[in-house]
Write a protein that binds this ligand. Structure first.
Ligand code: GLA
Ligand code: ZN
Length: 669
């Protein structure tokens, strides 16, 4: 794939507007030493760009753009629409969002606009029009960054009206709404559109993640995701009018729940995201997020933000250990990033982020550990130039990730409150990760024909043509892994009658009659047909075989010796059904069989505790080896003799990777 960039972008959020101009020159000098070549500017400058309703001022931004252009930077130009100026809130208080408790906010914070406020949209588009007019033609502006970390929610009257309009468009009649939301339950029948209220704490919500009517809350989530997306598209379209060729993005947040990122991705030219691991985040959790971000558009993405060292907003803000920043940055690249960008380039003097790490710390010099790490990485990235840019990833295994299922599963009241979507998906990702099997994160409407094996954990909501496309995948020889809490409801959270797992029942060859749930200390066990044993917990499907064979049975309770895990041949493929949350050994046992049946291979033939992933350009395969294990690790024998892109030296069989060490080994294709 041709890259969007002429080099790996290396830089990050830069706020010279917070500093006197004599500092800027010093910044440029210091950044040059770190080979910094890009800057994201103008993220929170609305109040400066527009001091009052009818007054704009671009002098300072012009000077910043001129300086960066003179230094040959790739500029990532933000639009500043993520924090409202005080004058606007004073004059038009309705621009501020209303929270879940129904409180309309006063001036303060950021990400604070009501996305449906016509006043907000008017002023935001006027500002973007002026920015685009001025800078969209500038060849140094490589990419536009709209708003910032879109998210939040709004429950104001404007949004309520907009929700009614959105629903009218979707359902046409109020009777169709009543049916979709099953409003006969608790006598909620509506007779007019203006009886619809937003599902917050004052209505049918009873906490941010629970609701009396999942149908209403799901539609609200779809609606609010669309509302912010409309704001994104509004700005994007203005920029495109001024320059149809320039890249437009906004910074996403990995598995952030609030927005349907697969839907958003269709409107974005390139995905960018902010990577902020906590002290206890596992490398596999980061790897999954990178793969999800790559999967959104099935193409390379940008790391828009990461901290060079610590964050400020977590409970314990650990420093990145020597070597850790480098390893985490290469991990992003290994999974598909074509940029490494920081928040931020110079640490701020005040405000709640003054303890947030930056390339230049409060000491104001380049004589710091963090700066030396940043500079070393910068020189390395510069040294291998464009080699890896645009290179792709090829996987035989895929895992489905679906925001509507994320919302719906976590809204269910029963059978088990501990079933959280992302950790459910992560268990499957980890299996592949630990074996260095390349895996893609896929939307439910992906083209599955490229894959040999698909995991669709907790596919609670089956809608559209999901049943048909999964059946076609299996009929054509694919191996599909399904689990408990699947095929239960349709798009409005109403249950498929006739027995679980509803539309998936035929291909799974089973009927689930009941779902038991027990507290962790009362768990059950599974014995597999080969005599091995595993423990299981949380939920326990009561399964009847309807053509499938049992691979494992429960060992205790009144359902001892009934099926817990099954396999059904279907067409030329097979469906595995995992009816209870297996412990790690149990899950590995089942997935091992499925992977063998699907003939899915690891990237290298031997086991290794290194993280190994591959990208491929037209003529080269890059093996990224990263040591997150905390111990010395041998170079896998099968990779000996390959040349390291970073050092140019040939790796030998006896080589050892130290903790945090990285290799990028190349192989001609
Ligand atoms: C987010 C924001 C940035 C900054 C960082 C700090 O990602 O986009 O503006 O606040 O967090 O970690
Ligand atoms: Zn609103």
């Amino acid at each position: 794939m041709k890259s969007n960039f002429r080099r790996i972008l290396y830089g990050g959020d830069y706020n010279p507007n917070q500093w006197p101009e004599e500092i800027w020159k010093e910044d440029m000098r210091i950044f040059r030493n770190a080979r910094i070549n890009s800057a994201t500017i103008n993220v929170f400058s609305w109040a400066k760009l527009q001091p009052s309703e009818h007054e704009y001022s671009f002098d300072e931004l012009d000077r910043i753009v001129d300086m960066l252009s003179a230094e040959n930077y790739d500029i990532v130009m933000a639009t500043s629409t993520a924090a409202l100026p005080a004058w606007m809130v004073k004059r038009y208080p309705e621009v501020m969002h209303t929270d879940y408790e129904g409180r309309q906010h006063k001036f303060g914070g950021r990400h604070n606009a009501c996305p449906n406020s016509p006043v907000y949209r008017h002023f935001a588009s006027a500002l973007v029009e002026k920015l685009a007019e001025r800078y969209a033609g500038n060849p140094h502006v490589t990419c536009w960054h709209i708003n910032n970390e879109f998210g939040n929610e709004c429950y104001c009257d404007i949004c309520q009206n907009a929700f009614r309009v959105w629903l009218k468009d979707k359902y046409k009649t109020i009777d169709a709404v009543n049916e979709a939301w099953n409003m006969e339950f608790w006598g909620h029948t509506l007779y007019d559109w203006d009886e619809i209220v937003l599902p917050n704490a004052l209505g049918d919500g009873f906490s941010l993640d629970s609701t009396h009517f999942a149908g209403i809350s799901l539609d609200y989530r779809r609606f609010i995701s669309d509302s912010y997306l409309d704001c994104y598209k509004m700005e994007r379209d203005i920029i495109r009018r001024h320059n149809p060729d320039v890249l437009v993005t906004t910074n996403l947040m990995g598995t952030y729940k609030g927005l349907d990122y697969f839907k958003w991705a269709k409107e974005m030219d390139i995905i960018s995201w902010d990577n902020y691991p906590a002290y206890d985040t596992l490398p596999s959790q980061l790897a999954m997020k990178h793969d999800l971000m790559r999967g959104l558009k099935d193409m390379p993405f940008m790391i828009m933000e990461q901290t060079p060292s610590q964050q400020n907003w977590q409970r314990y803000n650990t420093l990145k250990r020597p070597g850790q920043l480098r390893a985490l940055s290469y991990q992003g690249i290994a999974h598909g990033a074509d940029s490494v960008q920081y928040f931020q380039l110079r640490r701020s003097v005040g405000g709640c982020e003054k303890f947030h790490g930056a390339v230049i710390s409060h000491a104001g010099t380049d004589n710091t550990r963090v700066f030396r790490d940043v500079a070393q990485l910068g020189r390395e990235l510069e040294s291998f130039g464009t080699a890896t840019l645009g290179s792709e990833k090829h996987s035989e295994a895929g895992i489905l990730f679906d925001w509507e299922n994320y919302w719906a599963l976590e809204y269910t009241s029963g059978p088990c409150a501990d079933l959280k979507y992302v950790p459910q998906i992560q268990q499957y990702y980890d299996y592949f990760y630990e074996r260095n099997i390349s895996v893609d994160m896929l939307p439910v409407d992906a083209d599955f024909s490229r894959y040999k094996i698909l995991c669709a954990p907790v596919l609670y909501m089956v809608r559209g043509n999901m049943k048909e496309s999964l059946e076609a995948f299996v009929r054509n020889g694919g191996i599909l892994i399904l689990t408990y809490m699947s095929g239960i409801v349709g798009a409005s959270d109403n249950v498929y009658l006739g027995g679980y797992p509803g539309p998936l029942r035929e291909m799974a060859g089973i009927w689930v009659e009941e779902i038991d749930s027990l507290p962790p200390e009362m768990h059950n066990g599974v014995s597999f047909s080969d005599g091995s044993h595993a423990e299981c917990n949380l939920v326990y499907d009561q399964i009847h075989l309807e053509g499938a064979e049992a691979l494992g049975e429960y060992t205790r309770d009144f359902y001892a010796e009934t099926p817990a895990v099954t396999r059904n041949s279907y067409g030329r493929g097979a469906v595995y059904y995992i009816g209870t949350q297996l412990d790690k050994t149990g899950l590995s046992h089942v997935l091992e069989q499925a992977v063998a049946e699907g003939q899915v291979r690891s990237l290298i033939p031997e086991a290794s505790e290194l993280e190994i992933s591959c990208r491929e350009s037209e003529d080269t395969r890059f093996y990224y080896l990263i040591n997150f294990s905390g111990k010395d690790q041998p170079l896998p024998e099968s990779l000996a003799g390959k040349t390291d892109l970073i050092t140019g030296s040939v790796n030998r069989a006896e080589d050892v990777l130290k903790p945090w060490d990285v290799r990028i080994l190349t192989e001609a294709l």
